[in-house]
Design a protein around this ligand. Structure first.
Ligand code: GAL
Length: 425
């Protein structure tokens, strides 16, 4: 996660010599190459480290049992939210060198790859693996274009989560078990923390973490319907959007000064080390805490202030790239991705909940149990930063606007840039 643009390639697992594959025949290796190469299943993600890698390792352990004819090859590129990986992937795809499978978010982000003709229709695999009944219909709808389905979801993550350090909050007499009711009430609590000597009560990192903070403020201030419509073409010009962005500007005054220099695991350390009271981040934080053996009692979590009752979702899915390496091996990966066993091995470690509807909450850690309950009863709204609502191009333009704002603090400019970004595809 902290390793910059280094391509982490580790070979995990071994191909069984005599075992019969659950997914077919390894002789057909797609893209050619020698016999050894055709066994390789190159899996491209940005889960290179910590809790994210622990989740990937869980999936790999099932792959190694179920797909003994094949060999998992880790093509992870470090960097939160794919900040480096997405560009590397775009280059590989443009150069005609797709991996066997790659991670893509369900929703608008996936449509980029579909429109560019870079991923194959996997509807047939849904029938073959019995997945058409395993996933909730709204998720399948998000993956379907013109009646075809282009990826298999591994999970559902929640984006609108605020993580707290109860020991820090206690310094200002604040109750860590209860979320402030609104963004304003939250900022009042941050004033108390500042008065108690906590210089930067709200930990934050660069790029997508700032985008996530903008999103939870918009969701809190505008409500779920207007929030969702902003990503569907509704105008960004209103005074309500201006007022919400002003609150975002004020929120930044409570954050660490090095916010442009660090990625999310480092911001989480500010929270864990007691230098901050709050951190807004998706629930891959639960995975990181688990991987770092941070006890449950050292942190609490709630829906970001003003967003209770809304579940801002994103979903990681795996694709079958057009002309990818070893499509049969990739199909075995996809079978594991969609399977009950694969989803359990992955999601118990990843902080996310299974995309399948048949999972047993009792099999999961405490955080995921609460997320599963909310997923059932909350209003579902999409994440732009993680591809459910925004294309790669829109997201890139939004990220530039937000990083510019981090320096300029010009709300009018930010509002215009966000609106302009959503006018383009
Ligand atoms: C998201 C991804 C999550 C997690 C996160 C932080 O885009 O969907 O699974 O990896 O980035 O890196």
């Amino acid at each position: 996660m902290r390793g910059g643009l280094s391509k982490t390639v580790a070979v995990l697992g071994a191909a069984g010599l005599l075992a019969v594959s659950a997914c077919g025949n390894s002789d057909d290796g797609g893209g050619g190459g020698d016999a050894a190469a055709t066994k390789d299943v190159t899996v491209f993600t940005w889960w290179a480290d910590g809790g994210e890698k622990a989740g990937l390792d869980g999936m790999v352990s099932v792959f190694n049992t179920e797909c003994k004819d094949y060999k998992f090859v880790n093509s992870a590129v470090a960097g939160g939210a794919g900040s480096n990986a997405k560009q590397v992937l775009a280059n590989d795809l443009a150069a005609g060198k797709p991996p066997s499978t790659f991670q893509a978010h369900a929703g608008a982000e996936l449509s980029d790859y579909i429109n560019a003709g870079q991923v194959d229709d996997v509807s047939g695999l849904y029938k073959e693996f019995g997945l058409d009944k395993a996933f909730p219909q709204n998720l399948i709808d998000n993956l379907t274009v013109d009646g075809k389905i282009y990826s298999i979801p591994a999970n559902v993550h929640r984006a609108n989560v605020t993580w707290t350090n109860p020991t820090v909050l206690k310094k200002a007499g604040l109750d860590a078990t209860k979320a402030p009711a609104s963004v304003d009430a939250w900022m009042a609590d941050m004033d108390k923390l500042k008065a108690a000597g906590v210089k930067a009560p709200l930990a934050i990192s660069k790029g997508f973490a700032q985008e996530m903070l903008v999103e939870v403020v918009l969701l809190a201030e505008l409500g779920p319907d207007k929030f969702t419509n902003l990503w569907k073409g509704e105008s960004w010009d209103g005074a309500d959007v201006t007022a919400a962005l002003e609150k975002y500007k004020k929120l930044l005054t409570y954050t660490n000064a090095d916010r442009e220099a660090i990625d999310w695991p480092d911001a989480l350390q500010y929270l864990n080390k007691g230098q901050a009271g709050y951190f807004v981040m998706g629930d891959w934080v639960a995975a990181q805490q688990l991987a770092d053996k941070v006890p449950d009692t050292a942190y609490t979590y709630w829906p970001s202030p003003g967003t209770a009752g809304n579940f801002q979702y994103l979903s990681d899915s795996f694709t079958l790239p057009t002309d990818g390496q070893n499509p049969d091996g990739a199909k075995c990966w996809l079978k594991v991705t969609g399977s009950a066993e694969g989803q359990k091995a992955f999601n118990t470690k990843k902080g996310s909940i299974p995309a399948r509807s048949d999972a047993q909450p009792a099999d999961y850690p405490k955080y995921q149990q609460s997320a599963m309950a909310d997923w059932k009863k909350d209003k579902i709204v999409p994440s732009c930063a993680h591809g459910a609502a925004c294309t790669l191009g829109q997201n890139n333009n939004i990220l530039s606007a937000i990083s510019q704002f981090s320096g300029s603090q010009n709300v009018a400019q930010l509002q215009k840039a966000l609106g302009d970004a959503m006018k383009k595809s």
